[in-house]
Design a protein around this ligand. Structure first.
Ligand code: NAG
Ligand code: NAG
Ligand code: NAG
Ligand code: NAG
Ligand code: NAG
Length: 317
């Protein structure tokens, strides 16, 4: 009798032990992530009547489609307030636009979050940042400590990515099937809307950029310059794309070259999910559910802007 009880216990114990390693190796995952999106000053005359700051709704939808909620971050808060927001969100998206890299409030506040994220990651508090177009340019400015932009015009141009060999071992493209990698390297799935960028020569001659980021792809501008089109942090979870993955699913101006093929949609879905999954590795949270509710984008209603800008809708603040 006693023998069979002991045996039974041993069986249970050994089954439990066999499940232990996976439990120990499991990284805690936050399945209710919130990504912060920095608002940007309104520079466009046609949009000025609606507010001083805005976020194009395509970026909000992009993050939401990856499985995250969004908190808009205003440009008029104190450093202490930004520190509190930082401890409440799980990642940051720096959007495209036309703000000045050195003198705008957008750049100033991005710098505060960038330094908080550097320190957090150094202390083992995983915090991802994604920069799109201007957002990517800002990341190069923050890392290099100087403005390295030059003319790399690629306005309204869809391009395939010219992958580097480093793309092959990247985190960003790790979950992409070889079919979709082939499509990205052959079909014009990336929408470009920029005048400036960082050329491959400038990048490779800058020790700070070279040691911080891996170049994952390059492209050729209208003037023949080869610019860095995709990059990721070697050790930090910081990512940059000079192109616009959010337009593939959420912008429809028929006068602009937005890629909408099923492969283009797939690429944008995969990247949105990739970045949100990075955010799921961060465990910051709002202390109070009321505070969280008040901070979320659901407190704002996007306005139709399809007749005054290339954005279908925008949030104003
Ligand atoms: C949450 O509350 C604790 C204790 O009051 C405080 O130390 C911490 O800074 C708060 N965190 C956030 C994100 O508000
Ligand atoms: C990496 O190389 C493998 C084998 O050549 C290929 O199937 C895959 O698509 C490559 N991935 C990237 C991101 O280039
Ligand atoms: C593609 O990449 C190769 C090697 O990285 C480079 O030599 C070439 O100039 C690039 N071409 C374009 C169009 O980006
Ligand atoms: C943008 O590119 C598309 C496709 O190449 C072209 O049809 C359209 O005229 C261009 N629009 C502008 C404003 O340049
Ligand atoms: C744009 O559309 C909105 C909503 O339909 C309308 O109220 C507004 O007057 C339009 N603006 C212009 C400049 O046509």
């Amino acid at each position: 009798m006693l023998g069979s009880v002991v045996l039974c216990l041993l069986v249970i114990l050994s089954q439990w032990i066999s499940t232990l390693p996976t439990r120990i190796n499991q990284i805690p995952i936050n399945n209710r992530p919130i990504i912060g999106i920095l608002t940007q000053e309104v520079n466009d005359q046609a949009m000025k009547p609606f507010g001083k700051a805005y976020i194009a709704a395509s970026y909000v939808k992009y993050i939401e489609s990856g499985g995250s909620r969004v908190v808009p971050i205003r440009l008029t808060m104190s450093t202490a307030e930004y520190e509190k927001i930082f401890m409440s969100i799980n990642g940051l998206l720096l959007v495209g636009g036309s703000s000045n890299l050195e003198t705008s409030n957008f750049a100033r506040v991005a710098g505060i979050f960038y330094r908080l994220a550097l320190n957090a990651n150094d202390a083992g508090d995983f915090f991802p940042i994604w920069g799109t177009c201007l957002g990517m340019q800002l990341l190069t400015f923050l890392v290099a400590g100087e403005n390295l932009l030059s003319e790399t015009p690629a306005e309204n141009m869809s391009l395939p990515l010219n992958f580097t060999t480093e793309a092959n071992s990247s985190r960003m493209f790790e979950g992409f099937s070889s079919d979709i990698i082939n499509a990205l390297s052959q079909e014009a799935l990336t929408g470009n809307f920029h005048q400036y960028g960082v050329t491959i020569e400038t990048f490779q001659n800058n020790d700070k950029l070279v040691s911080f980021f891996s170049i994952l792809s390059t492209n050729k501008a209208k003037n023949g310059a080869i610019f860095v089109s995709t990059m990721e942090g070697k050790t930090y979870p910081f990512y940059g794309v000079q192109w616009h993955p959010e337009v593939n699913r959420f912008q429809w101006d028929p006068k602009l070259a937005f890629p909408h093929s099923s492969n283009a949609v797939r690429v944008a879905s995969l990247l949105a999910e990739f970045f949100v999954n990075e955010g799921k590795r961060n465990l910051h949270y709002f202390n109070q559910s009321e505070e969280e509710a008040m901070a979320l984008i659901y407190n704002y209603t996007p306005i139709y802007t399809g007749n005054i800008s290339a954005y279908e809708q925008a949030y104003f603040f």
